[in-house]
Design a protein around this ligand. Structure first.
Ligand code: AVJ
Length: 342
């Protein structure tokens, strides 16, 4: 049965922490994989400035909106990364001799198709284990792989990255794939914590493929996050529907507006909700409230932009050594391949 394969995917001491909740999809035996989302919201909303963890953006509606953002002419990231993957997947796989591909935050794993197809061609299969907090995304990915790449053994991990990554067997040669410049959502301290954990979870035969959006002309960057159709605004403000659902709060999307700008010192797009009136925000299930004053901002998301050489140097301090660098003709986006340096 599947158990034989999963015992090679999971580290021996982590195997019993997981159980299969539906065909080919695993969850942690203990604890909600989202670790009480309502409390996560409250913790960051009581911070200064008030902010929100990025994963709350991806409820069903948010995931749909993000898929539509990826189709926008202004939003070059997905298209550019996809073109690099399409062109270079064979070289990426040839440079990373592995038996397993673990994708972080895969969603429906559409972009990974090129990588998986090459893995199937060059190595006749192996394991594909996407880690995602979205169950619909994992199911879509599973059904796609079963249909189109039956040589590949699919194991979806319904979990946060941290929990998934640290359960993979270090002796199994693995390519960790983290695409879409999702790394750009991490604050500097979260970035350091994440790479510490990832590097420690990696064994000496492991690789990392990292997609990173690059610093470029400010106008191009700002337009990608302030599209003319207002889809990005909808996506960002939609998080307050999720928060209302999670906490019983009374955020009113009619009493806020979206604002974004590129902060050059921090090399990041900052996406805010701005209150258009002074209003009382109540959280009945916590017995708490705060006054959200007119023109005050809540930081909903950041999207950091990178200099690829600088990023390679930074990751060398996490024992990740650069193997190859793939980019597009305009040098707007980079795919960086690293190897764990013991
Ligand atoms: C999925 C984090 C890569 O930062 O570009 C797109 C999310 N937010 N438009 C990004 C996003 C607004 C996106 N990432």
């Amino acid at each position: 049965m599947q158990n034989d394969l999963s015992s090679t995917l999971f580290a021996p001491d982590r195997r019993t922490a997981w159980h299969m909740t539906e065909p080919s999809i695993w969850s942690l035996v203990h604890g909600d994989p989202l670790e009480d989302p309502a409390r996560s919201v409250m913790r960051s909303l009581w911070d200064q400035p008030r902010w929100i963890e990025a994963y709350h953006l991806y409820d069903n509606r948010g995931s749909d909106l993000f898929e539509r953002i990826c189709e926008l002419p202004e939003y070059y990231l997905t298209r550019t990364e996809n073109a690099i993957l399409e062109r270079d997947a064979a070289r990426i796989i040839a440079s990373a001799p592995v038996d397993c591909i673990v994708e972080l935050g895969a969603g429906s794993a559409k972009k990974t198709t090129h990588i998986l197809t090459e893995q199937a061609n060059q190595r006749e299969g192996g394991i594909f284990a996407p880690i995602d907090v979205s169950l619909p995304g994992l199911r879509a990915s599973r059904d796609f792989v079963r249909q189109r790449l039956p040589q590949i053994d699919f194991h979806g991990l319904h979990a946060r990255y941290e929990d998934g990554v640290s359960s993979i067997d270090k002796n199994l040669p693995t390519l960790f794939v983290f695409l879409g410049s999702t790394i750009g959502n991490f604050s500097p301290p979260a970035f350091v914590r994440f790479f510490n954990l990832l590097s420690q979870a990696m064994g000496p035969t492991d690789f990392l493929l990292l997609g990173a959006d690059r610093v470029k002309d400010v106008g191009i960057l700002e337009r990608a996050y302030a599209d003319s159709q207002g889809l990005t605004a909808e996506f960002i403000l939609n998080v307050f529907r999720t928060i209302n659902r999670l906490t019983g709060s009374n955020f009113d999307l009619e009493k806020m507006r979206y604002h974004s700008w590129y902060n050059p010192e921090w090399a990041q797009i900052e996406m805010f909700a701005v209150s258009t009136v002074t209003q009382e925000i109540r959280f009945p299930s916590f017995g708490k409230s705060f006054s959200w004053n007119k023109d005050l901002r809540i930081l909903v998301e950041i999207s950091r932009k990178f200099d690829p050489e600088r990023l390679q140097e930074q990751l060398s301090f996490f024992d990740l050594s650069p193997v190859r660098h793939f980019t597009d003709p305009k040098k707007w986006f980079s795919l960086l391949l690293f190897k764990k340096a013991i």
